[in-house]
Design a protein around this ligand. Structure first.
Ligand code: C2E
Ligand code: MG
Ligand code: MG
Length: 922
């Protein structure tokens, strides 16, 4: 509504502004002046000008002229037969008496046909600006007419209007005084109305003669004046009586008076039309515009406005020419100009301009971003295609603009699933953007690739528009794929890793459960892989693993899953229904698989494998359990059945659990100091003298009572507690021996070593320190080692032995004869003696073999210079027999069971001690 009337309101506002400020006057004058220019009419010829021109001034010489000159002029004019004479020369002040008299006489002769000027002056003497009328001298006025010569200058400095006369107060009487022009024109109107002088009358067509010519009685000059009304006045520039008039002309006052008179004579006293006509004209224009605005194009409207303008001016010209009416068309023309401007403004689509600016900015951004940016119209036809999109899809903008968006899809299918929904109810704003979606795109060369796109929509000038940001995510996808592969696979062998196996196993179990099937999991460990790695290098180790993986994969194929669990462990998971045989057969088959050497590049490597097998559901309800149980079985296989397989059964776990409980209890026992050392006597078989004691550990369990070492030492030795327990045994035994030594009993104490003491720390340094701290003589300490100690880390053990012996401590080989290679150790290690194992002693009386072994061991020892002691002597007969075989020392229940230190001291040391003390005293 408001928009509809906008141009008209604008026009009215413009008119009011111009009208109230009065600035339209300029245009108004310009238009009237133009009409004067177009109108060229000659003077009537009734009025002639006698010009006081430069020639006259030059001829007469002095200025002001003596009035005698004017008197003579008047006479000459009479002679020429003029009708009236008007002087535009000041007669208000007296001059020389002769001149005044001469002029008075001339006036008398002229018989009332002369008019002299009166003019209004601001009374300069008075404080107030009262107007004073300067009239001709009274003596002149009695014989002549007087008339106003005042010329009113308009605001723009031009003379436009002229009055017919003016009322003025003279001697308290209100009289009417004509203007000189009205007088010359013979007007009899008694009105002070002003009119516009018609400057269309050509001033040059006024008959004009030079004052001096008349004065000299020039006949042609006088002839031109016959029967004319004559006005006499200055035209010489130097006399300064000049006025600006329209169209840039300057006229002498006398010519102006003549033109005013001419206007009256020719009935060209121009009058302005009333304001009502202007208002009516304006209303008419506004109405025409209101009626036609919507129906006309801008060009037609402009044409209409121009035509109205011309018509108005034509009418004004006719009024001016024919009816002497001045129609002020300035406001009408201003209204029309305003309408023209409104049309132009209407035409200049500012919104469009702004949109254009925004669009060009958008275009710049669109062209510079790396992502593909595509816009479509509401039919999903592409309208914008940036360089990013060119790079992604390969189409140039010229090839794709105008094409449907569906062309970018791999399958070319409809795109309604991609674009945001078209909510018609939404106002002209941005529609909610579609979420990021992925689809398969097709490049120009046909390549299909993944695209990520985010859509937005907005209401544009041409309906709904869509914007799509497109991104080629093939690299990202590939990268993600690679990361996923890395997360799921073992990079060395390309087999799946433990995590993936776990997931796959879970799925396999679920399927098996549904089909009442079973799942077998085999964990395969390469035996002695560490050695291969150490001896042949890691790169070679890697190739062995790769070859093993390859062999497993080739064997299992699609039957199941093959994974690498860790360093040298693989796993195979297969549903039982797929194996076509028993689980044991499969396990056997897999271990046989590694009987032929692995191809590892140039070299062939033979490996053995141990297998741990667990079968779901008995061997584990879920993937986790199955894996852990198969692992347990593998551990068992590695310790008990190297190179073969163990199928998990609950007993294995049970043992393990027991072991774990025991370990926990042992840890507590260490804390609570529940261990004790018992001592078993070692004697000289011939006399029965106690020569030493073996320290044997006991665990005083709070509920189970005394626990023998066989029940816990193997666990201790393979647990982290080993070190602490061994240290305690050694320290306690040394302190005890030192106590006995201090009490005067040089009892050699035997201490059983555990393997951990050779693996960690420095045993020799520890023993040395202990000897120093306790002050025990090194000769009273005997360390017992078993074959399992000698088995490992030979060079290290050898070095420790040497250092221990250097301290003066003796080393004996415990349980001699039970191991596989007892004899070879005698050669390898620097030992001081050996203890014949109880198993040979027990039946030595009845078993000839045992007797032979004991006999030869004894003689071998003697030859090698080693001490020898027999363990497990339970009766005197055995002791005697051993003595006969050459064995001089023994240990066994027959001499005494292992017992607390106090009991040992009481039973075996008291007497001796007393003896020794007595001997010492003596
Ligand atoms: P070992 O070193 O061979 O100790 C001798 C074992 O034979 C002791 O068993 C002892 O009680 C037993 N014995 C001695 N004479 C006879 C006999 O006449 N008849 C029978 N039937 N047995 C006899 P114990 O005390 O049960 O110790 C068993 C094994 O535990 C020891 O064998 C030793 O290898 C280990 N052991 C004991 N104490 C310790 C210790 O403090 N540290 C370490 N590392 N091992 C220990
Ligand atoms: Mg022992
Ligand atoms: Mg022994």
């Amino acid at each position: 509504m408001f928009r509809r009337f906008m141009p008209h309101i604008l026009v009215v506002v413009a008119l009011l502004t111009v009208g109230l400020s009065g600035s339209y006057e300029l245009l108004s004058h310009a238009l009237v002046d133009l009409r004067f220019r177009l109108d060229d009419r000659p003077a009537s010829g009734e009025i002639a000008v006698v010009a006081i021109d430069p020639r006259s001034i030059e001829a007469i010489g002095v200025w002001p002229w003596p009035r005698t000159q004017h008197a003579r002029l008047l006479e000459q004019l009479q002679r020429a037969g003029v009708r009236d004479v008007a002087f535009d020369v000041d007669f208000s002040t007296p001059s020389d008496a002769a001149g005044d008299q001469a002029f008075l006489n001339a006036l008398q002769n002229a018989k009332g046909s002369v008019v002299l000027p009166a003019f209004k002056q601001l009374d300069a003497a008075g404080k107030d600006t009262s107007i004073h009328v300067n009239r001709p001298l009274p003596q002149f006025e009695q014989l002549a007419w007087s008339a106003f010569v005042n010329i009113e200058v308009a605001r723009d400095g031009r003379v436009r209007s002229y009055a017919l006369g003016e009322f003025c107060e003279t001697g308290g009487r209100r009289t009417f005084l004509q203007t000189m022009g009205a007088f010359l024109a013979g007007s009899d109107a008694v009105k002070d109305n002003a009119f516009l002088v018609d400057y269309g009358i050509d001033p040059s067509s006024l008959p004009k003669v030079s004052y001096v010519d008349v004065l000299r009685g020039d006949e042609t000059a006088l002839a031109r004046l016959k029967d004319k009304r004559v006005i006499v006045g200055a035209t010489a520039i130097e006399l300064g009586d000049y006025y600006s008039v329209p169209n840039g002309r300057v006229l002498p006052g006398v010519v102006l008076q003549a033109l005013a008179a001419e206007s009256i004579i020719q009935h060209r006293t121009l009058l302005a039309t009333s304001t009502a006509a202007t208002v009516a004209g304006l209303l008419l224009i506004v109405m025409i515009m209101l009626a036609s605005w919507r129906h006309l194009s801008a060009a037609r409207r402009a044409l209409l406005i121009a035509m109205i303008s011309i018509v108005i001016e034509a009418v004004a010209l006719v009024l001016h020419d024919r009816y002497a009416l001045v129609f002020d068309t300035s406001l009408l023309q201003i209204a029309l100009i305003a309408y023209l401007a409104a049309t132009a403004l209407d035409e200049i689509d500012f919104r469009g301009l702004l949109r254009h600016v925004a669009e060009s900015r958008f275009e710049r951004i669109a062209m510079s971003i790396g992502d593909g940016l595509v816009c479509t119209d509401q039919d999903k036809r592409i309208t914008v295609w940036n360089p990013g999109a060119v790079a992604i899809f390969g189409y140039g903008a010229d090839e794709i603009i105008g094409q449907p968006f569906a062309r970018l899809r791999a399958d070319g299918s409809d795109t309604h699933d991609l674009f945001p929904r078209q909510e018609a109810a939404l106002p002209a704003t941005l529609l909610p953007g579609g979420a990021t979606v992925e689809f398969d795109g097709r490049r120009k060369d046909g390549e299909v690739f993944p695209v990520e796109a985010s859509f937005s929509a907005w209401q544009g000038a041409d309906g709904l528009q869509y914007g799509v940001i497109l991104r080629d995510i093939s690299v990202r996808k590939r990268e993600a794929e690679r990361i996923r592969y890395l997360a799921e696979h073992d990079t060395l062998t390309a087999l799946i890793n433990r995590n993936t196996l776990q997931t796959d196993l879970a799925a396999m179990i679920e399927t098996a459960d549904a089909a009442s099937d079973q799942v077998v999991l085999l964990v395969i460990g390469l035996d002695a892989f560490q050695e291969i790695n150490d001896m042949l290098g890691h790169a070679f180790g890697d190739s062995v693993l790769r070859a093993a993986a390859q062999r497993l994969r080739a064997e299992i194929g699609s039957m199941g899953r093959v994974a690498r669990l860790s360093g040298d462990e693989f796993a195979v998971a297969i549903p039982c229904s797929a194996i076509g045989g028993t689980v044991a057969e499969l396990a056997g088959h897999l271990s046989q698989l590694f009987e032929s050497p692995l191809e590892t590049g140039a070299r062939q490597q033979r490996v053995k494998v141990s297998l741990g097998v667990a079968v779901h559901p008995d061997g584990g309800h879920n993937a986790d359990e199955l894996l852990s149980n198969a692992h347990l079985a593998l551990c068992r296989a590695k310790t008990d059945r190297r190179g073969s397989h163990v199928i998990f059964e609950s007993a294995i776990r049970h043992e393990l659990e027991q072991r774990l409980t025991l370990e926990a209890e042992l840890a507590l026992a260490v804390e609570r100091e529940e261990f004790e050392l018992f001592y078993q006597p070692q004697v000289e078989l011939l006399h029965g003298h106690v020569i030493g004691a073996e320290a044997l550990i006991r665990w005083r369990h709070p509920t189970r009572g005394l626990v023998p070492p066989g029940d816990f030492i193997p666990v201790v030795n393979t647990s982290p507690l080993s070190e602490a327990v061994a240290t305690w045994v050694m320290a306690t035994a040394c302190r005890q021996a030192r106590d006995w030594q201090l009490a005067g009993h040089d009892i050699r104490v035997g201490v059983n070593l555990s393997p951990s003491q050779f693996q960690s720390g420095d045993l020799a340094a520890f023993v040395s320190k202990l000897l120093t701290v306790t002050g025990l003589s090194p000769g009273l300490l005997e360390l017992e080692v078993t074959e399992d100690i000698l088995l490992h880390d030979e060079p290290g053990v050898l070095q420790t032995f040497n250092r221990l012996q250097a301290l003066g401590v003796s080393l004996v080989f415990d349980d001699f004869g039970t191991g596989y290679a007892s004899l070879s150790y005698l050669k390898k290690f620097p030992l001081d003696g050996l203890k014949i194992d109880r198993s040979f002693v027990r039946d030595v009386l009845t078993q000839a073999d045992d007797a032979a072994i004991v006999g030869s061991t004894v003689s071998l020892s003697k030859q090698l210079g080693l001490s020898v002691i027999a363990e497990g002597i339970e009766n005197q007969a055995t002791a005697d027999f051993l003595l006969r075989l050459g064995c001089e020392h023994g240990q066994g229940y027959h001499f005494g069971r292992p017992m607390p230190a106090a009991d040992f001291a009481r039973q075996f040391l008291a007497m001796d001690a007393t003896d020794q003390r007595q001997a010492g005293a003596a």
